[in-house]
Write a protein that binds this ligand. Structure first.
Ligand SMILES: [Zn+2]
Length: 321
């Protein structure tokens, strides 16, 4: 069986300084592909380097909502440069986070918000819209982070032109009643090992509501550590704190198989098909670099809307052509 990690951050220094070795270990355990997500201008170069070294790594570049206030004046140009660098690329991790706005500054700083703390939701939204415009113009799959901002995210996606390649809600923690809304907008969902914690038992019903052709698996390494019985590769950061290793994906898949009541072989085949549909070959069709002049176009411009309309109207994981 082969597995695909739809979301991780192997460039994170908590995982040490040998991400290439970690990709090899994961590959030896059946992980055939992974998307490594950048979070800010500071880590995009490392993600880019890792993808150059490892063909099984699909890089994703994006400004994470926690990093918004730490962005430079040139962040969009730097992002476009990263996206242009490789034809096989995604946009992520981007999104909205209201949860972090209620955290003490000290905690926010430890989570990498930069000295000013987290950006207010309006600014997060502005930055998200710019990045979604880029994804629309470039035909990129988008990986979204959302915490306690489900209504704002839904409003944003509803009023915009449909994303041509759809979007992935990573480690979905939203309500069951919104699952169909996201599906209708072209959404996929990835489940992490965090869902296997007994305290998350009530959330399992939400995950069972996800259509099978929209389902992916992720580690979110180094975060979202599963409970100990689902950890095959124990790992710690330099301070001795446990972190999630990407090779844990196989055990996570076994846990999710039980949680959703899907036989393991069936889960593997379905997730591979969904991976190919969402992150797969169509990416390689897109080779035209995005001109820097794109950045002068206002967000949500008519040109972008037209580009989105011209693309696959089903625009989603199941929108096979
Ligand atoms: Zn993440």
């Amino acid at each position: 069986m082969r597995w695909f990690d739809a979301h991780n951050h192997l460039q994170d220094p908590r995982l040490g300084h040998d991400p290439v070795g970690m990709v090899s270990t994961a590959a030896a355990h059946g992980i055939a592909g992974m998307v490594v997500n950048g979070t800010s201008e500071a880590d995009w170069p490392q993600v880019r380097r890792l993808a150059e070294q490892c063909p099984s790594v699909i890089p994703a570049f994006g400004l994470h909502p926690w990093r918004v206030s730490a962005r430079s004046g040139a962040w969009r140009e730097v992002l476009v440069e990263c996206l242009n660098h490789t034809p096989r690329v995604g946009l992520g991790e981007v999104g909205l986070d209201r949860w972090i706005l209620d955290q003490p500054l000290e905690r926010c700083l430890a989570m990498g918000t930069g000295p000013q703390g987290p950006a207010p939701l309006e600014i997060q939204l502005e930055v998200l819209e710019v990045q979604l415009d880029l994804a629309s113009a470039r035909g990129l799959p988008v990986t979204l982070h959302c915490l306690k901002a489900w209504g704002a995210l839904l409003d944003c996606l509803r009023r915009r032109p449909r994303l041509p390649r759809g979007f992935l809600l990573h480690s979905y923690g939203g309500p069951a009643e919104l699952v169909n809304e996201w599906v209708g907008l072209g959404g996929c969902f990835s489940i992490s090992g965090h869902s296997l914690h007994p305290r998350k038992a009530t959330h399992a019903a939400v995950l069972r509501a996800i259509p099978r052709d929209r389902l992916l698996l992720e580690t979110d390494a180094p975060d979202q550590l599963p409970p100990p019985e689902w950890v095959s590769h124990p790992a710690t950061d330099v301070h001795g704190h446990p972190v999630n290793h990407p090779a844990n994906l196989v055990r996570i898949a076994e846990g999710v198989s039980g949680l959703l009541g899907i036989p393991i072989e069936e889960l593997s085949a379905q997730c591979e098909a969904n991976w190919m549909q969402f992150f797969g070959p169509r990416l390689q069709d897109v080779t035209e670099p995005l001109p820097m002049g794109f950045l002068t176009a206002p967000s949500g411009s008519a040109a972008i809307a037209a580009a989105a309309r011209a693309s696959d109207p089903t625009g989603s994981c199941s929108g096979h052509r």
